[in-house]
Write a protein that binds this ligand. Structure first.
Ligand SMILES: Cc1cc2nc3c(=O)[nH]c(=O)nc-3n(C[C@H](O)[C@H](O)[C@H](O)COP(=O)(O)O)c2cc1C
Length: 357
């Protein structure tokens, strides 16, 4: 098993194991990378409030989504090209999800393919799809995902066309998942619509998640369209530049959804306290994108499982300091706005990184 005692060490090891082009592909955002930084800025601009003399003896940190039990409310979002960070790719992610006890998404632009992943793990898996073919193609993908035992389908809707990531452009770096940009596959992607959502709901009795919702209006429309889970995300700041941080979008989405379906969010989540903040606002669970990839690079299945354990420890300890024992006790009254203490950036949650430890 992995012996990392802190997330700091995992970040350091993961970074050391990647060459610069791959590291830049992972950490980069679109254009000015403002949306990416706002994900952290939003999280760093909130402070947690303690409750005096709470009994914190018997913690309850688990969650449930789509009928699947999760040890903590943290899932593993889809990562295209995840095989760049560790050769096992999606199979390693699925095995870490299984070892720890959580849900993992399998990206349709990652390796190995979704059916191979399902055949090589017993994890609860969600198939993430970009629309890259006609209706016949879509239906057959969903049928195959159902047959392979996936627990749901995630349609990612925040990237109707490939974005401009200047770190990659400047080096002419093309990741496997970006190689279809500009091809006829993206022609389908750019035509995905609410009719696509209606079609899926009409044809299939299979949980549908829309990933990439960031406004109350879209959240409301998605619930009305029968979507089973709302996923608040801006793709880690990799698509629309000059957008809002996801933690800033979360309150209006939670308000619009009114508890009718679960709300999941991601974007900048790196520490247990980030998770507590999102849960206080009303998220049912959060996803870790880049932290997942960096842990994979640090040591594959074991390091990713360890990263999840360390998040669990951080949640446990900080909930204890807050005087709380049950996840359900987290609410908006436990949060206030506060000034960030560091300039926010992707790794601003790791202040000791360059201090020689
Ligand atoms: C390298 C990389 C590849 C990604 N590929 C996909 C993908 O194939 N499908 C998708 O829906 N989201 C994809 N995303 C977005 C993540 O699922 C997630 O929304 C995002 O990483 C969350 O932000 P964070 O990295 O700050 O945690 C990708 C993100 C990264 C960093």
């Amino acid at each position: 098993m992995s012996e990392f005692a802190t997330l700091h060490e995992i970040i350091k090891a993961g970074r050391a194991n990647l060459d610069k082009p791959t590291w830049d592909y992972l950490i980069g955002g679109a254009d000015t990378e403002t949306t990416l930084k706002r994900n952290r800025l939003g999280l760093d601009s909130l402070a947690l409030l303690p409750t005096a003399l709470g009994n914190v003896n018997d913690k309850q940190l688990s969650a449930r989504l789509l009928g699947v039990g999760m040890r903590i409310p943290v899932l593993l979002p889809p990562l295209g090209s995840v095989q760049l960070f560790e050769s096992g790719g999606c199979v390693s992610v699925a095995r870490a999800a299984e070892a720890f006890g959580t849900l993992a998404f399998v990206s349709s632009v990652a390796e190995p393919d979704f059916e191979t992943v399902a055949a090589n793990s017993n994890a609860s898996l969600i198939y993430q799809l970009y629309l890259m073919g006609d209706t016949g193609w879509l239906d057959s993908r969903i049928e195959r995902a159902i047959a392979a035992g996936f627990v749901g389908l995630c349609l990612t809707i925040d990237m109707p066309q490939y974005s401009r990531r200047e770190r990659d452009i400047l080096k002419a770096y093309v990741p496997a998942s970006g190689s279809q940009a500009g091809s006829e596959h993206y022609a389908f992607q750019s035509q995905a619509s609410w009719q696509t959502v209606a079609h899926i709901k009409e044809q299939f009795d299979f949980p549908l998640i829309l990933k990439g919702i960031s406004t109350a209006q879209d959240a409301k429309r998605a619930v009305e369209a029968g979507v089973d889970m709302i996923y608040v995300s801006n793709h880690g700041g990799r698509v629309l530049d000059q957008g809002r941080g996801t933690i800033d979008a979360l309150p209006e989405v939670v308000e619009a959804v009114q508890g009718r379906v679960p709300v999941v969010m991601d974007g900048g989540i790196m520490r247990g306290t980030d998770i507590l903040k999102a849960l206080c606002i009303g998220a049912d669970a959060v996803g870790i994108g880049r932290l997942q990839a960096i842990a994979m690079s640090a040591g594959g299945v074991d390091a990713l499982t360890r990263a999840l354990e360390l998040l669990e420890i951080e949640i446990d300890v900080n909930m204890g300091q807050m005087g709380l024992s049950h996840i359900s006790e987290l609410n908006a009254e436990k949060l206030v706005t506060a000034a960030p203490v560091n300039p926010p950036h992707l790794l601003s949650a790791f202040p000791l990184l360059d201090e020689g430890y």
